[in-house]
Design a protein around this ligand. Structure first.
Ligand SMILES: Cc1cc2nc3c(=O)[nH]c(=O)nc-3n(C[C@H](O)[C@H](O)[C@H](O)COP(=O)(O)OP(=O)(O)OC[C@H]3O[C@@H](n4cnc5c(N)ncnc54)[C@H](O)[C@@H]3O)c2cc1C
Length: 256
């Protein structure tokens, strides 16, 4: 179950006063070398690690638990991170981890399966055991929805299929761009991508009956994606085959 679906998250939001009242009662239920954590951070991507750096420098005792599937680890090289002309997601994560450790953060690999709120604070249930702390910071990120189309995973592996034009739209300036997803999502992303290239085409997963008022081409019902060298071909039931330099997926996401 995603952390965002846990009952306490939906039904029993805990006020700041409750959290503050529990501050003195931090303890570890089962052994984990992080006795007396004031905060448990769930998630060790850029958000969780940034929080760890700040809290550690505020001289708070914190334990970060991460299951090791940061979306950032999928970034071959980012060019929009201020102060870096280019850095891979893995290098960025390594630097963040090193910086947080320097100030005393405790980082552990593990999966959090439940969080319960009680008198003593939050009980965080992990595959390493249960831990209680007065505060929990959730930085569990999200998971992109990947349409189930043959060939998509391979094209993604070769970086021909991307997800975030805010991150790397600049790199496809004046290229042939396909935007894959349900019509409404894909059209919205396609409009943004039009600011990078005139050659943008929606690859609609659903066959929309509504005529598009936009000047953006539409093909529909993709059946296969084939990556070849630096380009990617898409076969569609409606409107045949088209070739693109890059495809962006616009199929939504699930909050972890
Ligand atoms: C292919 C790709 C390229 C990208 N390129 C760029 C780019 O160039 N520039 C840019 O700014 N952004 C880019 N992004 C987006 C960037 O990766 C995300 O914005 C960033 O990783 C979000 O950080 P986060 O810490 O919120 O979440 P994440 O990095 O996803 O970290 C969440 C962490 O929480 C952990 N977690 C989740 N649930 C649990 C649980 N129950 N128990 C324990 N741990 C848990 C996960 O394992 C994960 O390590 C890209 C993303 C992708 C997929």
């Amino acid at each position: 179950m995603a952390i965002s679906q846990l009952p306490f998250f939906r039904e029993e939001p805990v006020g700041a006063a409750t959290v503050a009242a529990a501050l003195a009662t931090t303890f570890i239920i089962t052994s984990m070398s992080a006795s007396g954590s004031e905060c448990i951070i769930v998630g060790g991507g850029p958000a969780g690690l940034t929080a760890a750096i700040y809290l550690a420098r505020f001289r708070r005792r914190l334990l970060l638990i991460d299951s090791g599937a940061s979306r950032a680890s999928l970034i071959p090289e980012t060019h929009n991170h201020p102060a870096f002309l280019g850095i891979s997601g893995r290098d960025l994560l390594a630097r963040l981890r090193e910086q947080s450790l320097r100030y005393g953060a405790i980082l552990r690999t593990g999966h959090v399966s439940d969080i319960r709120h009680g008198r003593a604070g939050f009980e965080v249930v992990t595959d390493l055991g249960s831990i209680v702390a007065p505060t929990v910071l959730l930085a569990t990120g999200l998971t992109d929805t990947r349409p189930d189309i043959p060939g998509l995973v391979e094209a993604e592996r070769r970086s021909l299929v991307r997800y975030c034009p805010i991150c790397d739209g600049f790199e496809v300036t004046d290229k042939r761009i396909g935007v894959l997803g349900p019509m409404a999502n894909a059209m919205a992303k396609a409009k943004f991508l039009k600011t990078f290239s005139r050659e943008v085409c929606v690859i609609a997963l659903d066959q929309s009956s509504e005529a598009s008022a936009e000047t953006i081409a539409v093909i529909a019902e993709p059946t296969r994606i084939t990556a070849c060298d630096a380009e990617v071909a898409v076969e569609c039931r409606v409107a045949g085959q088209r070739t693109f330099d890059r495809i962006y997926v616009a199929a939504g996401c699930a909050v972890n």
